[in-house]
Ligand binder design. Structure first.
Ligand SMILES: Cc1cc2nc3c(=O)[nH]c(=O)nc-3n(C[C@H](O)[C@H](O)[C@H](O)COP(=O)(O)OP(=O)(O)OC[C@H]3O[C@@H](n4cnc5c(N)ncnc54)[C@H](O)[C@@H]3O)c2cc1C
Length: 462
């Protein structure tokens, strides 16, 4: 429990209504979208909902003075337990900071507070013909602050990159309440260390992001969607490689294996062709119908060379939306196949995608656990989902060993533990394996410099 004196200081800063302490509120802020099982220690002692950076600064100053842990929280859509307050203390929820401060059309940049939902930011810019490309599948609920804190990716990363490629400036509140302004609208900037990149992907362990300036690009005038089915996942991967080698860079190239397709078929109550083992959903974009038709033609030719079963070009926006709705809803459809699902987020060199999937198949057979595989084939980031019942202790043990081997498989082919979901709690046992002792030591040195009392999101990353 936070002491009465601290509690009163927090109320003085954000007002009584924005300091939540009831049992039900503390429970509500104790979990995120990972499958980390809850223990009572995960509860925050108090939830604080500031409205401005100045309030965040004052809250942090109080927390620093009294050495109270602070866990930042956006929409809690994180997959690795990042916003779970492992050590109690304050759950600092940025959900009231929802102002889009400025859309600078001349410089093609947008500045927004941390709690703005990703889709709201996208739509605000799109209304002026400007495009913010990073589109995590969670964009209808994730916050832009959470996206920066996790360096979120999305479907369009293959062509347009991830969040960090768009961050121009940040306002960050440090552990002791100091407000730091980093970067800005100058396109070239090598003044000192690139701290905005350090804070991007720092998972709430180095500071609280209160404001973000993002660069934008012009919105492509036309978009098209293709759905291609294959007899093997290898054929799907080969299609992506050849497409890229031939200079056709799709905006997105998402792959799903048979287990995923079965989940979707079950969900939509539609039959599934027995010969289909994998499917690719491809988004293309450009400035004219002719450009799109040329791209679609080249992709179809490549897919046919790679033994595609069927190539379908969406004939209308509605058809395209339906195809993408399946991909965006895939995570939930897969989750409905079993009592529990452990979704991972490994990232491998693109040419190792088929090999790592073969290894995952072998792991699935070895442990007798179904593993659904889908992901961003265009950039080698895949999400193997182990379908299981964690309530059965023997099965839970097999799941842990299977997950361990999935990470080992990713590292063995030159990959990494996380492409976009971060380390949080769920992957911290593996971080030394990925970075080595020297790598972890360097991270800890940065952490100690910026958070000497260790109050920012303690217990995460290592
Ligand atoms: C269905 C589903 C689909 C998803 N698809 C994708 C995807 O395609 N790509 C992808 O990258 N991710 C995806 N995710 C994961 C998740 O949505 C992202 O990590 C997202 O960026 C988290 O945003 P959030 O606002 O929910 O952050 P939270 O979950 O609340 O927090 C995530 C981490 O960031 C920290 N944090 C949050 N806000 C701040 C802040 N203002 N300052 C400092 N630290 C902060 C928290 O402490 C925590 O460590 C998906 C999740 C779900 C549930």
């Amino acid at each position: 429990m936070v002491a009465g004196e601290i509690r009163q200081k927090l109320i003085d800063i954000v007002g009584q209504d924005n300091v939540l302490e009831s049992e039900i509120d503390r429970f509500g802020y104790s979990y995120d979208s990972s499958y980390v099982s809850l223990v009572s220690g995960n509860r925050p002692d108090v939830v604080v909902r500031p409205l401005t950076a100045s309030e965040v600064s004052r809250v942090m100053a109080v927390a620093y003075e009294h050495a109270v842990p602070v866990t930042a929280r956006g929409a809690a859509s994180g997959r690795t337990g990042g916003s779970i307050p492992l050590s109690g203390g304050i759950s600092l929820c940025l959900d009231r900071m929802t102002r889009i401060v400025e859309l600078d059309e001349k410089n093609m940049m947008v500045t927004a507070e941390a709690g703005v939902r990703t889709i709201d930011l996208y739509n605000h810019c799109a209304a002026k013909g400007l495009f913010y490309p990073p589109d995590p599948a969670s964009w209808k609920f994730s916050t832009i602050g959470g996206n920066v804190a996790e360096n979120a990716g999305g479907m369009r990363a293959v062509k347009y990159g991830v969040t960090t490629n768009y961050v121009m400036g940040l306002e960050v509140v440090l552990a002791d309440g100091t407000v730091l302004t980093l970067g800005g609208k100058a396109i070239k900037n090598v003044t000192g260390y690139d701290l905005k990149s350090l804070f991007t992907g720092s998972e709430g362990t180095l500071g609280i992001i209160t404001r973000v300036t993002l660069r934008l690009i012009t919105m492509p005038k036309k978009r098209g969607t293709l759905q291609v089915t294959f007899r093997s996942l290898d054929d799907g991967c080969a299609t992506v490689h050849r497409m890229l080698q031939e200079g056709v860079v799709p905006a997105a190239a998402e792959i799903m294996d048979r287990v995923c397709l079965e989940a979707v078929a079950r969900h939509k109550k539609t039959p599934l062709d027995a010969q289909v083992q994998a499917s690719l959903v491809i988004e293309i974009d450009g400035d004219s119908d002719a450009e799109l038709a040329a791209q679609a033609g080249r992709i179809e030719a490549v897919a046919n060379q790679c033994n595609a079963v069927e190539v379908r070009l969406a004939g209308s926006q509605q058809e395209s939306d339906e195809i993408w709705a399946v991909r965006r809803g895939l995570s939930s459809a897969v989750a409905s196949l079993a009592p529990d699902r452990l979704g991972e987020d490994i990232s491998v060199p693109r040419d190792a995608f088929p090999e790592v999937v073969r290894r995952i198949r072998a792991i699935s057979e070895k442990y007798g656990l179904p593993i659904a595989v889908y992901g961003h084939a265009g950039d080698g980031n895949l999400h193997p989902s182990v379908l299981c019942n964690m309530g059965d202790p023997a099965e839970a043990e097999r799941v842990h060993r299977a997950v361990d081997e999935i990470f080992a498989a990713a590292l063995a082919v030159g990959g990494t533990l996380s492409g976009e979901h971060g380390i949080g709690i769920t992957k911290r046992p593996y971080i030394s394996r990925a970075l080595g002792e020297a790598g972890v030591k360097a991270l800890k040195a940065v952490k100690a410099a910026l958070d000497p009392k260790g109050i920012l999101n303690p217990g995460k990353i290592w």
